[in-house]
Design a protein around this ligand. Structure first.
Ligand code: FPP
Length: 231
């Protein structure tokens, strides 16, 4: 195993549409290729010392896309979970979900519940799939949960607030990777990214592979993380 010191890596899987367009293909073709890239990266992650891998699959804003594209993405989530859960379970991967699942279609919720239950006791890589996820929405939901428990709400601090987030129990991301060149977080892990290092590559997500992941980790290793201190 190659250790780069990044326990938690988060990826904004961007660029499926542009990747498809560059091949004269429709967007679903790009999303399908995006799932293949995800398969590869999940398999590569443990050997690179990654313990938590968070991937942004569908944001709270993605509902604004045409209905047919939303349906494709939901179908791909179901397909991915059905197709992968056995092998991921064998590999000790624990699948969890970030985001508000109440708005997800029943067929997705069913597969999400099955995947989470099947892999819930696994001790290997934690794969956190963000669906119907928005960082602001997560913070608002966390505040609501905290307020429902007045005693805890009164004692709230930066650490205990984390217990109300979807990522409760997970370390903050060390590294956030954004393929396809955009220089923004797009509402991903807003609270948790306070001290995350960012790595942006022009490579579109469907072309993102193990070598590119390793390149991101090598860059990460060279960063001087001071967490607000110095020296
Ligand atoms: C952004 O590319 C990508 C998404 C909105 C969806 C990401 C989804 C996948 C990789 C596949 C589905 C995931 C699972 C877990 C089944 P874009 O469409 O915004 O690309 P563009 O910016 O080039 O148009």
């Amino acid at each position: 195993m190659t250790q780069y010191g990044a326990r938690h890596v988060a990826i904004i899987m961007d660029g499926n549409g542009r990747w498809a367009a560059s091949r004269g293909q429709p967007r679903p073709y790009g999303h399908r290729a995006g799932v293949e890239a995800l398969r590869k990266i999940v398999r590569a992650a443990p050997d690179l010392g990654i313990e938590y891998l968070s991937v942004y699959a569908f944001s709270t804003e993605n509902w604004k896309r045409p209905e047919a594209e939303v349906e494709t993405l939901m179908d791909l989530l179901v397909e991915y979970l059905r197709g992968e859960v056995d092998e991921l379970d064998r590999e000790q991967v624990k699948i969890i979900f970030l985001g508000d699942d109440r708005a997800m279609p029943e067929r997705c919720k069913r597969e999400m519940d099955i995947a989470a239950a099947r892999t819930g006791r696994n001790q290997g890589l934690v794969l956190a799939i963000a669906v119907n996820y928005g960082g602001r929405d997560e913070i608002v939901r966390a505040v609501r949960r905290a307020l429902a428990d007045p005693k805890k709400a009164a004692e709230l601090d930066e650490e205990t607030f984390g217990d109300f987030l979807d990522t409760a129990g997970m370390p903050d991301p060390d590294l956030i990777i954004r393929p396809s060149g955009e220089l923004r977080l797009s509402n991903f892990l807003l609270w948790q990214s306070a001290y995350a290092e960012l790595f942006v590559t022009p490579v579109y997500w469907p072309d993102f592979d193990e070598q590119e992941l390793e390149r991101a980790l090598q860059h990460f290793q060279q960063r001087d993380r001071r967490f607000g201190g110095h020296g």
